[in-house]
Design a binder for this molecule. Structure first.
Ligand code: FAD
Length: 455
């Protein structure tokens, strides 16, 4: 008897419930599908990271990962037929595309008398599970977080590559052609090391400093956050493993970190409830917000993308994004606010750019991170609270080290004066501020009146 473990966003062997489900089979085929619909919008950084994860996973399975290419609805049933597998085990996908794809695969498998078996998900608590007492979904984070913690989650599954007997994929009889994991895509950014081993090592290192997380997490000039986002995105580590380690800690900081994991689960839940919110304002009254269009808007967007706005903290963030395919959370909020409230551009332009470059680009966290900043999201930052890029810089990068690291043109300015280069003379090659923040703040508030009128 054979079954298949189809890996998707769970590229690991530890804490892997699909292995427990497959353990009864005599032989198990490990499968990954390169789906053009997901590959195309991924961006070079995420693809390179993904391919690295796949190579490591395959090695961990004794080079027994079968990689095929195509639409899963077509190729997964064909693989199942070629290896005579009766069941395909997966961690459930709750994203708008993945959920629909899985329904298609499930139906195609069922037509041939086979089964798609969902066990676990990329979350500690699967989207849709945490609901109010009347069964309605939560729209506000804090009560969600409390109910989520009360709901609780399983302990990590005790698994390794040896939990099941892996089938040699070359024993497959026909079916879709096996392909190699593609070569890395050329990207300029310096990427984190891919894979499960790197994820575990990074997590262990972070546990040494987790008790200071509450004090340092908002400081982009310090290595105070965990850098786990790309590992969580691809499931190199499961949040349950993280939460189990945090449960051993009593510090306030460990609790703060747990709350960040809860944000990830909250946004996945919201996207599950409202799949349309990936592309549209969650709060539809924001459809009435006038946004900039035309050549000037395009030029402003270019300047933002290039990190040439003349606002040092914004430019440092946008350049960190290019240099590392990652940006500090505080700065993500600052650059997003600048795009929406200083340049009056649509949040989805910024979100799309982030998704192209981020190594941790995740539809739920990204679109809702943007909608939070834009004020159009659920439980969002109120629109009238406009980030001041100068005081944000001075407060969270108090010595200016973060700006100088990413904006070489400003390295000659010492200390926090770097946040207002115009006061000491803007150096050659660095732009003057592209807008007057005070005036644009007022403009943003004026535009917001349209939203209020639409309610
Ligand atoms: P840590 O501070 O160490 O946090 C630990 C983990 O908690 C993170 O890895 C992440 O999984 C989760 N987390 C933390 N903050 C948030 C949050 N606000 N929302 C959801 N999950 C969170 N995160 C992504 O993973 N992918 C994205 O595409 C993404 N886009 C964003 C876009 C905008 C405009 C904003 C404001 C935030 C976005 N975030 C995104 C959330 C957050 O910025 C990153 O998760 C975080 O910076 C990753 O670094 P870290 O792992 O060191 O974070």
């Amino acid at each position: 008897d054979r079954s298949i473990v189809w890996f998707r966003r769970d590229l690991r062997v530890a804490d892997q419930p699909t292995f427990l489900a497959a353990a009864d089979s005599d032989e198990v085929l490990a499968l990954f599908v390169l789906d053009p619909a997901l590959i195309a919008p991924s961006g070079g950084a995420r693809l390179t990271f993904l391919y690295g994860c796949l190579r490591e996973l395959s090695a961990a399975l004794g080079d027994r990962l079968l990689v095929v290419e195509g639409d899963p609805v077509d190729v997964v049933p064909r693989v199942a037929e070629a290896v005579s597998a009766s069941v395909v085990h997966v961690a459930a996908d709750f994203g708008p595309y993945g959920a629909k794809r899985d329904e298609g695969v499930e139906k195609a498998l069922a037509d041939a008398g086979r089964e798609l078996h969902r066990i676990g998900s990329p979350y500690a608590v699967a989207p849709g599970r945490v609901v109010k007492s009347d069964g309605d979904p939560f729209k506000v984070f804090s009560p969600f977080r409390r109910a989520w913690a009360d709901h609780g989650w399983r302990d990590p599954a005790d698994t390794s590559a040896a939990t099941v007997t892996w089938m040699d994929p070359s024993d497959k009889d026909g079916g879709p052609r096996a392909v190699r994991v593609p070569d890395d895509v050329a990207v300029d950014a310096e990427l984190p090391e891919p894979g499960e081993r790197a994820a575990r090592a990074a997590w262990r290192d972070f546990l040494d400093i987790v008790d200071e997380y509450g004090d340092t997490r908002d400081r982009p000039d310090r290595p105070g956050t965990s850098r786990m986002s790309q590992y969580l995105k691809y499931g190199c580590i499961h949040p349950r493993t993280i939460l189990a380690d945090l449960a051993q800690r009593r510090s306030e900081s460990a609790n703060t970190y747990r709350t960040e994991i809860a944000w990830r689960e909250f946004y996945a839940d919201i996207l599950f409830q409202r799949p349309d919110s990936a592309r549209r304002n969650y709060d539809r009254s924001f459809d009435a917000l006038p946004v900039a269009t035309g050549k000037e808007a395009d030029a402003a967007f270019e300047a933002w993308k290039e990190g040439r706005t003349g606002f040092p903290i914004v430019d440092a963030g946008m350049r960190q994004l290019r240099a590392e395919a990652w940006m500090h959370n505080r700065v993500r909020m600052i650059v997003a606010s600048f795009l929406v409230k200083d340049l009056h551009l649509p949040w989805w332009w910024g979100a799309r750019h982030f998704m192209q470059l981020l190594v941790d680009g995740d539809l739920a966290s990204n679109q809702h991170g943007w909608q939070w900043t834009a004020g159009s999201g659920t439980d969002a930052s109120p629109y009238f609270r406009v980030f001041n890029p100068i005081t944000q810089g001075e407060r969270f990068d108090p010595n200016g080290d973060y700006v100088r690291k990413y904006v070489p043109e400003l390295r000659g300015i010492e200390g926090k004066a770097v946040h207002q280069p115009w006061k000491v003379g803007v150096p050659e090659g660095y732009p003057e501020p592209m807008v007057d923040h005070k005036a644009e703040r007022q403009e943003a508030l004026d535009r917001y009146e349209q939203v209020k009128n639409a309610r």
